[in-house]
Design a protein around this ligand. Structure first.
Ligand SMILES: Nc1ncnc2c1ncn2[C@@H]1O[C@H](COP(=O)(O)OP(=O)(O)O)[C@@H](O)[C@H]1O
Ligand SMILES: [Mg+2]
Length: 327
């Protein structure tokens, strides 16, 4: 109901904008439910291309990497063979690699600029978007070998460029599922012992779903490290407290508390490694910290780090309020 009302208001405002005959194009930060879009998409496997007509069904969230929607494909015209996995009438996840909130976009781009001295590649470079997708396909293979089922990693089908938002995007399998239901933990100490691998009575361990998710994410981080995705692995580190929504439980496994987990987020938005290295150096080598404090440039760097941290925390909080649940 609320969405209906909002959509009408958005549409009325859009109509008024066009009626006013403004020469500058309408600035769009994200799409509303009901919007229809046409894209030229490229398959991940093979060289097939297609023109696709889709409708936005739902805005699911968006953090620093991009914005996620559930979309319905209305029509697909393939040039050559069919695009693996995409059919007319199907629902898919669409991720466009530009954050919906402008301040988050600026923050992400500044960090990326410092880390890599260039614009955020997954947004601006179609080749980078495609190699990200290829990585995901490799990780699926790795997951099949490690966990016996590649469905533990969400599948990705195609990439495209969205000229209106000015970003690359991708179409993936839509996972009918949910995040972990927060449960009261009556046995904190027992779980702590369990995490360390010490013997604990089974009836004191509580939720099977919690433990399955913890174990899955730990093993997934290990798999990512083994495959060389060291910085990326933090997307699934339990301790960040932000990684849990990157792993969903499929609805089809609702009756099995130990099954149906799937990793859905393969695009990290924030470059953290250069900042973590500086932070760790400050802790393990206090002399480095002292040297920094002695020079004006060093002091400015420390202040900049603190400011960036404060802005980052504020934006994380804002993103949460705007409905983003991702990492
Ligand atoms: N393929 C998908 N199917 C269903 N839900 C998804 C899918 N991809 C993402 N989501 C949901 O959208 C949220 C945000 O997506 P994510 O890829 O983690 O973006 P980010 O963390 O960059 O905002 C996820 O936590 C998940 O709940
Ligand atoms: Mg996420």
């Amino acid at each position: 109901m609320k969405t209906e009302i909002n959509r009408t208001i958005y549409q009325k405002l859009e109509d008024r904008f066009y009626e006013a005959g403004i020469y500058r194009p309408l600035q769009v930060d994200r799409y509303n439910e009901g919007t229809e879009r046409i894209y030229d998409i490229k398959a991940i496997t093979g060289k097939d291309q297609a023109r696709i007509h889709l409708r936005i069904e739902k805005f699911v969230g968006g953090g620093f990497a991009g914005q996620v929607y559930r979309v319905k494909v209305l029509k697909i015209n393939s040039q050559g063979g069919p695009i693996d996995g995409i059919e007319s009438g199907g629902s898919y996840a669409m991720k466009i690699l530009i954050p919906p909130v402008r301040s988050s976009r600026l923050f992400r781009n500044v960090l990326y600029g410092i880390g890599f001295q260039g614009p955020f590649q997954l947004q601006t470079n179609p080749a980078a978007a495609r190699s990200g997708a290829l990585w995901q396909k490799f990780i699926r293979r790795g997951a099949k070998l490690r966990f016996g089922d590649e469905k533990t990693v969400v599948d990705i089908y195609a990439t495209f460029v969205d000229p209106q938002l000015g970003s690359c995007g991708e179409l993936s399998e839509w996972v009918d599922g949910r995040t972990w239901r927060l449960e009261v933990d009556d046995n904190l100490d027992a779980l702590k012992r369990w995490r360390k691998g010490k013997p604990v009575k089974a009836d004191r361990l509580g939720s099977i779903e919690y433990r399955t998710k913890y174990r899955f994410m730990r093993d997934f981080v290990e798999l990512l490290h083994d495959m060389g995705g060291h910085e990326f692995a933090r997307q699934y580190e339990w301790a960040t407290c932000k990684s849990q929504p990157n792993c969903l439980k499929r609805t089809e496994a609702e009756n099995d508390p130990a099954g149906g987990l799937v990793a859905v987020d393969f695009r990290a938005g924030l470059v953290l490694l250069p900042f973590l290295i500086a932070g760790v150096l400050q802790i393990v080598r206090p002399s480095y910290f002292q040297v920094m404090l002695e020079s004006e440039a060093g002091q400015a760097l420390i202040i900049a780090q603190l400011v960036l941290m404060a802005i980052g925390l504020r934006l994380l909080e804002l993103n949460h309020r705007l409905g983003s649940i991702g990492n």
